[in-house]
Structure formats: structure tokens, C-alpha cells
Design a binder for this molecule. Sequence first.
Ligand SMILES: Cc1cc2nc3c(=O)[nH]c(=O)nc-3n(C[C@H](O)[C@H](O)[C@H](O)COP(=O)(O)O)c2cc1C
Length: 188
Amino acid sequence: MTAGVPVIAVVLASTRPGRKGEGVARWVLDQASTRTDATFELVDLADVALPALDEPVPPATGRYSQAHTRAWADTVDRFDGYVFVTPEYNHGYPGSLKNALDRVYAEWNTKAAGFVSYGVDGGTRAVEQLRQVMATLKIADVGPQVALSMRDDFVGFAEFAPREHHSAVMTTVLDDVIGWARALRTLR
Ligand SMILES: Cc1cc2nc3c(=O)[nH]c(=O)nc-3n(C[C@H](O)[C@H](O)[C@H](O)COP(=O)(O)O)c2cc1C
């Protein structure tokens, strides 16, 4: 995408039946819905349904042999930036997201990203790991982060009910992702 307002993907990383991430991703889309400086689309990794990496050469070569890889490359390529909605699994981020990130390369380059994480401690450890991967993929990740607590933002660890202050942080994340997404177009 090279013209018009930036197009941002809200990437839902959890693929589990009964996942809490779906409510979180819907909230992100709802928070973004009043903005006119970008458009937003849900990208649900459960729908993308990539198998474990099955490419014979590293994706950085750009030689994708599988139809599902090429389809995923087209999806990633359509966006100027991403908001990754990720849980924390064993102090890291889910394998579904790592598989989706590793699968293609050039399509991620010189894009912007922000994070909305959730977990007992806000999912912050998962995001710290993700930030290491972003640099290698040439994705510029913004500093502000929405960190949702399973204890305080989910009633009974189940029903998503985010505390008020997260909306302001979400706005900051979106401001930064959109600004950087727009600026990075000049490098592509
Ligand atoms: C495999 C697995 C590992 C988990 N490990 C952690 C963890 O390290 N830290 C944490 O805060 N929560 C952990 N949890 C709890 C998750 O934060 C919680 O189950 C959350 O709902 C997962 O997101 P999801 O429902 O969207 O998949 C773990 C959950 C699963 C399924």
C-alpha cells in the first residue's frame, strides 16, 4: 500500500479454542474505529492456519514454494503496519505467532508495529521477546504498549473488562504505529 491512509492489521496471535485474545482484538478494533487517519483489519492466525514451516529455503530469499506461504505473503504485504495482540505463554509469545513471523520476510520489512499483550503480569515478557524478532524482520516497533492483566482486566480471569486507563495507552500506541507506518512508506 503506497497511497491513502495507512492500512493496519490487528493480528490475533492466539489460535486456541476459547481464547481470550478474540475479545481483546475486538476491543482494539473498537478503540480504532473512530480514527480517520488509518484503516484497520483483523488478521486472525486461526483463520490463516499455517502449518509448521515447510519451505525448503529460508524465507529471506523470497522464494516461496507453498501456496499457503504465498497467500500469507500477500496478506502481510497489504499492510503498512501491525498491532500484534498476543498472550504470554511460558514467559514467551505463542508458537503460532513465531511461525507466522518466520514464514515470510520482505513483506514485513520497513513496516511499523505495536503490541497489545495480556497475561498474569500483562504479557510484558512475551512482548520483550517479540521486540528482538522485530529488528531482524526490519519492523519498527513503537515503545508504548497496552499490557492487560488477567487478574485486573478480566473478571474472574475470564470475561474481558479492561480498566479505563488502557484506552489512553491504546491511543498512544495507534498514534505511533500510524505515524511510523506513514513515514516508513518513503523507504519502500
Ligand atoms: C500454554 C500456556 C502457557 C501459559 N503461560 C503463561 C505465562 O507464562 N504467563 C502468563 O501470564 N500467563 C500464562 N498463561 C495463561 C494465559 O495468560 C491465559 O490462559 C490467556 O487466556 C491465554 O491467552 P488466550 O486465551 O488468548 O490463548 C499460559 C496459558 C497457556 C495456554
